[in-house]
Ligand binder design. Structure first.
Ligand code: FCB
Length: 462
């Protein structure tokens, strides 16, 4: 199958540090909030952790060879903050930086463009002990860390993403408590969001200035996880809950960056429950520092309802209910997420309309399925292949409808540590055998390789 995509469309695979590297106490790395959270009984399925993961820290050159064999042009990875600046403040750790230095060189010599994410959730534990993201100082620590990494890699890396999915860091980590650091306090979550965005803005400003001073090109981005807000019904309670949910989970992350202000309706909603965003003078100018690209991660869409399961419209604290539920009647992946590529297209078109002018790259998309390897470790993952195919078609449709989408990165290069789900939920297009650490491309990887080759073929060469 071939897709109506331009020949310079960017094709990539994505990973993140804690999910693949292992080597958690080597070469001066200190614990992150995920190392700590993994020790909390019951926090992670099967009590698993990222201590070894895919052992990528020791197998990096082979993994770059694997990436090259897939024919992608870009590799999206993240840098582990506690590796390069143990404790989250103070001087850089040369041994930690050296790993990413080697990775970048290895990628470049394989002809693969590095797409670097500075923060994919592994906050140094010491910064959490000092207050974590709800604490304003963490934003400034992040900007210092960003500069340290840029100083070492900025001569070879052009594509810089500040944060991966601030929503997960703040909401899952500080409100729902299902991700590290496992705190459950709504007001802390709101402060965390603001300080994540502030850290993003500070880092953006500093990296832009450093690139300008060195006269280098730079592509600065943030990656958000985004989904549509779809009312469960046209009852006013559901429509109003959808507006609230959209303000809190979507526009709160987008408007300050691209419009320089938090949404007015969000501020009213928060005020009604006695919570304020800790904005100081000048913060919004920093947060809205110009960006070059928006990374979009997409897995599923959900409906929003204003009714609790028992039919109530307020919770125990008297706050209005805002609850997401399945769309219903749709196929699901092994992680129980509904599959709805049409909604992916609608989402991309919406972003293009409401935040026009910022080019989009799909920095993550993919699916977990219950893979069954054959005797050689090969997985004939027709389901995952179809998922990727349908979502790529959604990208094509969204482009036709006006969305400016420049690239697509599959999540993930290989099966890895899927956070609170541990190792059972496999998102890789390459199988990881955790006993032998053998990597075996699945059908989806071979399909993607062939699809990319076709997309790059000169016109008229069909
Ligand atoms: C995203 C994360 C990524 C991975 C996928 C399945 O939210 O960014 O690390 O866990 O989900």
């Amino acid at each position: 199958m071939s897709f109506d995509l331009p020949r310079d469309f960017r094709w990539g695979v994505a990973t993140s540090a804690y999910q693949i590297e292992g080597a958690v106490d080597e070469d001066g790395r200190t614990p992150s909030i995920w190392d700590t959270f993994c020790r909390v009984p019951g926090a992670i399925d099967n009590g698993e952790d990222g201590d070894v993961a895919c052992d990528h820290y020791h197998r990096m050159p082979e993994d770059v060879g694997l990436i090259k064999s897939l024919g992608v042009d870009t590799y999206r990875f993240s840098v582990a903050w506690p590796r390069v600046q143990p404790g989250g403040r103070g001087p850089a750790n040369p041994a930690g930086l050296a790993f990413y230095d080697r990775l970048v060189d290895e990628l470049l010599s394989a002809g693969i463009t590095p797409w670097l994410t500075l923060y994919h959730w592994d906050l140094p534990q010491e910064l959490e002990d000092a207050g974590g993201w709800p604490h304003r100082d963490t934003a400034y620590r992040f900007a210092d860390y960003a500069e340290i990494v840029y100083e070492r890699l900025g001569d070879r890396v052009e594509h810089w993403t500040t944060l991966n999915e601030a929503w997960c860091s703040a909401w899952l980590g500080y409100v729902e408590g299902v991700h590290a650091p496992g705190r459950r306090e709504f007001a802390d979550g709101i402060s965390a969001i603001h300080h994540l965005l502030l850290g993003h803005g500070l880092a953006t400003q500093r990296l832009r200035a450093a690139a300008e001073a060195a006269d280098r090109p730079i592509d600065l981005a943030i990656t958000h996880i985004l989904g549509n807000a779809i009312p469960a019904s046209d009852l006013p309670v559901d429509v109003e809950a959808t507006r609230r949910g959209d303000a809190l989970h979507f526009r709160m992350y987008m408007d300050p960056i691209f419009k320089g202000a938090y949404p007015a309706d969000l501020l009213e909603d928060l005020d009604a429950v006695g919570v304020a965003i800790p904005v100081e003078d000048g913060d919004l100018e920093i947060i809205s520092a110009p960006l070059d690209t928006l990374g979009v991660n997409y897995y599923r869409s959900m409906k929003t309802t204003g009714f609790a399961a028992d039919g109530a419209t307020t919770d125990a604290a008297g706050r209005p209910v805002t609850r997401t539920i399945d769309l219903g009647g749709l196929p699901k992946t092994y992680i129980d997420w509904e599959v709805m590529p049409d909604d992916f297209a609608n989402l991309l078109v919406r972003i293009g309309h409401e935040y026009s002018g910022i080019p989009l790259v799909i920095t993550e998309n993919g699916a977990a399925y219950d893979d069954v390897p054959d005797a050689d470790g090969f997985v004939d993952d027709e389901d995952r292949t179809k998922y990727i195919e349908d979502h790529l078609e959604a990208v094509v449709q969204a482009r036709r409808r006006g969305a400016d989408i420049r690239g697509y990165f599959a999540w993930s290069l290989m099966d890895n540590f899927e956070w609170a789900y541990g190792y059972d939920k496999r998102f890789g297009i390459v199988r990881t055998d955790y006993e032998t650490q053998a990597r075996t491309p699945k059908r989806s990887a071979l399909w993607l390789r062939d699809t990319i080759a076709r997309a790059r073929r000169p016109l008229g060469d069909d």
